[in-house]
Design a binder for this molecule. Structure first.
Ligand SMILES: Cc1cc2nc3c(=O)[nH]c(=O)nc-3n(C[C@H](O)[C@H](O)[C@H](O)COP(=O)(O)OP(=O)(O)OC[C@H]3O[C@@H](n4cnc5c(N)ncnc54)[C@H](O)[C@@H]3O)c2cc1C
Length: 465
């Protein structure tokens, strides 16, 4: 479907300065910035209502040194944030890219609040694994649906045209790889050609493309895909045809706690606050505290490809700030019991093994010890009745590999030369997580959507103007 053709002799029915392909967080933010910079902007989105994976997310964006952190009395620094990203990704990302997104994301959040009225606040009652400060910024409902809906409302208020139900299928480029425009296809098969001065690819990654997942992420081939089905890898396919540099296609965000069979995300706060996971034998199997992303493949490797996440009422109170968790409770996914034996019976887990696992965890917590998997239990209180358990599977959330971009979000080729007028943001661009799921630091997805969208929009407008 994603094709590249010569622009020679091609005419366009309409034109704009900046064309943005994809209407998730990256695309909306790029469009808002380009519009602010005076460009004539058009968003082309394949769905009837632009929402993307952004709407499926918790909408939490990490940023350091923001005024929202200062207002909450939180101390943080951009170098700490950059170091956290590099540490989680084992030094694999380009440090220049990390510095660029860390620098831009806080400015982008403050600008979205000031110029477009998005009421951000920082999560202050738990810290995500791998982050050395509380720096997750979210909207009141802590949902990505609110984020993308508010962004779309802002785009509409700013007078940005959104062409919905229109998939960009073809890029037209000249011999110098300057994009002259695109062809879009509608569900009824009709097509339009739209010319542009610059193109921002904000079509996310290839999580919805089974063949590309099998090719690049074999450990997740056949796993539950929890992201937006429209993310078919179009940006990577166009990038390949244009000779773009494409990196880290094996990198992804997984999640090891999706309620099964309900398919509802269970926040990892259930783990970071002192909960843990067991398999169908009632035994722990991993250091859950390393992060939820790498936990996806670990859970899938357990008997029946499933596990149980165990926590208590105190932790459930924290988790309840998330809409997803409340939905999971309403759907009956969260089991409750006044003692471990009853919990084992409700979950059909071996009672003796589960009791032994709980005793061991309590002893580790009491001793502030580190267990055989390498998880440290310091400062975590023992779970207290009532206890909760939820059966979970591992899932693929989104892919992190993609088009390599320079400091202004322009796509570069394999020699490092920027393509004349092609930008990438969000999941279309190579992320900052390196080659594996373990390199994904919480928030890396929206980090590059917001930061690269912010950078690309301004630069695309400047270039097209
Ligand atoms: C369940 C879940 C929870 C998550 N939680 C978080 C979180 O809390 N924090 C975080 O940082 N990240 C999170 N993520 C990841 C985050 O959602 C993504 O990284 C981010 O939304 C990517 O934004 P985007 O704009 O690049 O893509 P999207 O939001 O997916 O938008 C891409 C858009 O492009 C459209 N499109 C695709 N191809 C074409 C085409 N050819 N023509 C026209 N339109 C096209 C799609 O329809 C879609 O609307 C989560 C992901 C999932 C699935």
């Amino acid at each position: 479907m994603a094709a590249l053709q010569s622009s020679s002799g091609v005419t366009f029915e309409v034109g704009c300065d900046v064309l943005v392909a994809g209407g998730g967080a990256a695309g909306m933010i790029a469009a808002l910035r380009a519009k602010q910079a005076g460009a004539d902007v058009l968003i082309v989105e394949r769905d009837a209502v632009p929402r993307g994976s952004t709407a499926l997310s918790a909408g939490l964006i990490p940023a350091a040194e923001t005024r929202f952190q200062r207002e909450a009395g939180l101390v943080d620094s951009k170098p700490w944030f950059a170091a956290d990203i590099m540490a989680k990704a084992h030094g694999e990302p380009d440090p220049g890219a990390v510095a660029a997104v860390v620098e831009a994301v806080g400015r982008a959040i403050e600008w979205l609040a000031d110029a477009h009225g998005l009421p951000f606040s920082v999560i202050t009652n738990f810290i995500y694994p791998g982050h050395s400060a509380m720096r997750m910024h979210g909207l009141p409902s802590r949902s990505g649906a609110e984020l993308v809906d508010r962004l779309r409302a802002a785009a509409e208020n700013a007078g940005i045209d959104i062409v919905a139900s229109a998939r960009v299928t073809t890029l037209f480029a000249d011999a110098a790889r300057r994009i002259a425009g695109v062809e879009v296809r509608r569900p009824d098969g009709s097509t339009d050609r739209i010319g542009c001065g610059a193109l921002v690819l904000a079509t996310n990654g290839y999580g919805g493309n089974k063949d590309m997942v099998a090719e690049s992420i074999p450990e997740m081939a056949g796993a539950l895909y929890f992201g937006h089905p429209g993310n078919q890898g179009d940006a990577v396919l166009w990038g390949r045809a244009l000779g773009a540099d494409i990196r880290h296609l094996s990198g992804y965000q997984g999640h090891g706690s999706v309620a099964h069979p309900h398919g509802i995300l269970i926040t990892w706060a259930t783990i970071t606050e002192g909960g843990f996971q067991v398999n169908s034998r009632g035994e722990r199997f991993t250091n859950e505290a390393r992060g939820y992303s790498e936990a996806a493949a670990t859970v899938i490797a357990q008997p029946e490809h499933l596990a149980w996440t165990l926590f208590d009422a105190r932790i459930a109170d924290i988790a309840r700030q998330f809409e997803d968790f409340r939905q999971a409770e309403a759907a009956g996914a969260i089991l409750s019991a006044d003692d471990v034996d009853s919990l084992a019976a409700a979950a059909k887990l071996p009672a003796d093994a589960l009791a032994e696992t709980c005793r061991t965890v309590n002893a580790l917590k009491a001793a502030n010890a580190i267990d055989a998997f390498g998880r440290g239990w310091s400062g975590k209180p023992a779970l207290r009745a009532p206890f909760h358990a939820v059966r979970v599977s591992g899932a693929l959330f989104h892919t992190q590999g993609g088009l390599v971009v320079d400091g202004v979000a322009r796509v570069v080729d394999r020699t490092g030369e920027p393509l004349p007028n092609l930008f990438a943001a969000g999941g279309a661009a190579c992320g900052v997580s390196g080659r594996s799921a373990a390199g994904y630091l919480s928030g890396n997805g929206l980090l590059t959507a917001v930061a690269y969208g912010f950078i690309a929009g301004a630069e695309a407008a400047r270039l097209a103007g």
